[in-house]
Design a protein around this ligand. Structure first.
Ligand SMILES: [Zn+2]
Ligand SMILES: [Zn+2]
Length: 145
């Protein structure tokens, strides 16, 4: 996949024990309203950036990571000290999914879609014009090259 421009950005958990770096741009980002995202984030939705894991690395604190297998083949990493959601790395797919709000630098991307809107809480209105999908979609089809 061609990359017009690389960009380096860092992220960390709330306690600072875990730090990571992505030396690449995000391919795409989205909001997700599924019940698992709602619970693990303690928020109405989670927002994720998706990138290639070739250019992702843990800077420190990898030993503090704990993984929750929320569904088959899907792990959600969090810091066992502070509970922050952290990136999930799938090297066999060259894929990393990063909770966008854990970045300390500007992700230089904008979410392009709302997923799992059928599970959205009643107390939050979506007020932007991004497309809304009842469940998930193949994000690769939304990537604009
Ligand atoms: Zn932490
Ligand atoms: Zn979700």
């Amino acid at each position: 996949m061609a990359h017009a421009k690389r960009t380096r950005m860092r992220g960390s958990c709330a306690c600072g024990g875990v730090q990571y770096e992505l030396n690449d741009r995000f391919l795409i980002a989205n909001h997700c309203y599924c019940s698992t995202c709602r619970k693990v984030h303690g928020a109405a939705f989670g927002t994720f950036g998706h990138a290639q894991s070739d250019h992702f690395r843990w800077i420190q604190g990898e030993s503090l990571l704990t993984g929750y297998h929320s569904s088959a083949g899907n792990v959600r990493n969090f810091c066992r000290i502070c509970g922050s959601n952290l990136p999930s790395v799938f090297p066999e797919m060259n894929y990393v999914r990063i909770p966008l709000a854990t970045l300390d630098d500007d992700p230089k991307t904008q979410p392009v879609a709302h997923l799992y809107v059928k599970a959205k809480v009643s107390w939050l209105e979506i007020s932007d014009a991004l497309p809304q999908y009842p469940e998930t979609v193949d994000l690769r089809e939304l990537v604009k090259e």
